[in-house]
Write a protein that binds this ligand. Structure first.
Ligand code: IMP
Ligand code: MG
Length: 194
């Protein structure tokens, strides 16, 4: 897996990008739409192969950042799937983590006796996962695994490593494909550094 930092994908200066960004310049595109799509297909296959055919999965997406990744990923996991979301808030409006994790929406789905797959957009400080995983584990799932599109590998301690990672991400603030900066840029079809 490549860390996008050493690749010069170039400034996305197309007209659509300028319109999407509201005129704000991008530093560089880190993962293109095509790269993400290809990786998501592979991840779907990798995930499916870890669960016996016929086993159903409960896929839990962490909102809001995972919404696009989740939507693409579940269509590439050839297993019976139910899905739900949870909303945890750890960030204010800036780019620094506050260390405080609040659950704003708790899934109604029963986790007990289920294969549960938590879908996360990006693992940064690890605070969110370190708070959420033990809480979900206490609900008695048959298995609890995690899949993250991006992993910055800066977390000092993680209660559990994500079993599947899309890309080892550069240690920059990333936007697009669900990732926001102050709620903006989630709709960029690629992932960029701000
Ligand atoms: P963590 O708790 O620090 O691991 O990160 C929690 C959440 O912060 C992630 O699920 C993202 O929603 C957000 N986040 C972390 N790094 C970035 C980034 O580079 N861009 C946008 N959001 C980020
Ligand atoms: Mg966010």
């Amino acid at each position: 897996m490549s860390d996008g930092s050493e690749r010069g994908v170039g400034i996305a200066d197309g007209e659509d990008t300028r319109a999407l960004m509201g005129g704000r310049p991008l530093r560089r595109v880190v993962y293109s739409q095509e790269e993400i799509a290809a990786r998501v297909v592979t991840m779907g296959r990798e995930i499916a192969s870890a669960y016996p055919e016929g086993e159903s999965l409960l896929v839990l997406g962490l909102l809001k950042g995972s919404f696009i990744f989740m939507a693409d990923l579940v269509r590439h996991i050839p297993r019976p799937i139910q899905l739900d979301f949870l909303v945890a808030s750890s960030y204010g409006s800036g780019t620094e983590t506050s260390g405080d994790v609040r659950l704003l929406y708790d899934p109604e789905a029963v986790l007990e006796g289920r294969h549960v797959l938590l879908v996360e957009d990006i693992v940064d400080s690890g605070t969110t996962l370190n708070r959420l995983l033990p809480m979900l584990e206490r609900r008695g799932p048959t298995s609890l695994e995690m899949c993250a599109l991006l992993h910055k590998h800066i977390a000092a301690t993680l209660v559990k490593e994500p079993r599947w990672v899309g890309f080892d991400a550069p240690r920059e603030f990333l936007i697009g494909y669900g990732l926001d900066h102050s709620e903006n840029y989630r709709n960029l079809p690629f992932i960029a550094s701000l």
